[in-house]
Design a protein around this ligand. Structure first.
Ligand code: ATP
Ligand code: ZN
Length: 298
């Protein structure tokens, strides 16, 4: 999009206004130097950073906005992207990159004490879902003939209120299913937040998109990583690889006054951190420092 006043290209980004993608999207953007604090009545936010404007909308509208070039890019769940593609509406929206948040899966679930035990038992039954195209595709591929009813919310209540014998809904921890007496029967799709754009992106905003995605990936790469510094005997260096996940190429420095020891600097995965510290101590590591990493660039 060209800003008529300044004559400079401006990037239009569509974000979910409120819901399970909003917080993660804003958090990611703010780590990339955007200072966004959207209020309830903010639908369009102009940012000086990278000449970017944000449109705050329902997630369902985002693929269509990109398809029709109302927006250049957007953040949606992969589940919505696939649904849009399979519904035949889109030939122009594509995934630019994966954003590693809002992980969930689309699953078929049935009542715990019901008669449906296998997917073959779904033959002739009714399934409620907000994702009819993905479900239709799955049923077709598995040679199952079932009725689909479309609901745009509270899908998990469908069996309880007697309008379907099964649901096809998004699951993350499974708590909502459990609370409604449902159990997962099959996973149709694993999903996470994705950055999407138009297949034929206009050249005036292409460089801004590249820069934005470079920043996203730098922040994502640093997630769950720690910069670790420690002292250790030279003889024990070989043991470090097994203890520090991702420790492929540590920096090793001399430690003045201690010829048998060295200083090790390394970037490591953070997921098992306290266990890692215990194991490091066991092999005699000392002066251990662990620092959170904000961004990582190649
Ligand atoms: P809107 O009002 O914008 O239409 P919505 O009710 O359709 O919102 P949300 O429930 O906010 O949508 O979910 C948005 C997206 O977040 C989903 O499409 C999915 O990709 C992801 N998502 C859904 N549930 C979860 C969950 N429990 N954990 C993580 N991500 C989820
Ligand atoms: Zn929605």
């Amino acid at each position: 999009m060209i800003d008529k006043l300044a004559g400079e290209p401006r990037l239009r980004v569509a974000l979910q206004k409120s819901g399970k993608l909003s917080e993660g999207s804003i958090e990611l953007l703010n780590k990339c130097n955007f200072n966004l604090h959207p209020l309830k009545n903010h639908y369009l936010i102009h940012s000086r950073e990278l000449n970017t404007d944000f449109l705050m909308v329902r997630d369902d509208d985002i693929p269509g906005f990109i398809d029709s070039r109302v927006c250049d890019i957007g953040i949606i769940g992969e589940n919505l992207f696939v649904e849009y593609q399979l519904s035949g509406r889109n030939q122009n929206v594509e995934i630019i990159s994966r954003l590693k948040f809002a992980h969930c899966r689309l699953s078929i679930a049935v009542t715990v004490d019901g008669l449906i035990k296998t997917i073959a038992d779904l033959n002739g039954k009714t399934i409620a879902t907000s994702y009819p195209a993905i479900l239709k595709d799955y049923l077709y591929k598995n040679n199952i003939s079932a009725n689909i009813i479309v609901m745009h919310g509270s899908v998990e209540l469908a069996p309880k209120i007697g309008i379907a014998q099964a649901v096809c809904d998004l699951v993350s921890t499974g708590t909502t299913l459990k609370e409604n007496g449902l159990i997962e029967l099959a996973v149709l799709l694993e999903s996470e937040a994705v950055l999407v754009g138009h297949r034929e992106c206009t050249s005036d905003v292409q460089s801004i998109i590249r820069e934005l995605d470079f920043r996203f990936q730098s922040v994502i790469k640093a997630k769950n990583k720690k910069y670790i510094m420690l002292h250790i005997e030279k003889a024990k260096l070989g043991l470090l690889k097994d203890i520090l996940p991702g420790c492929e190429a540590p920096t090793i420095l001399e430690l003045h006054g201690y010829p048998d020891k060295v200083v090790v600097h390394v970037v490591s995965e953070d997921t098992l951190f306290w266990n890692t510290i215990t194991n490091l101590k066991k092999i005699g590591a000392s002066s251990i420092l662990s620092i959170a990493i904000e961004k990582m660039m190649d």
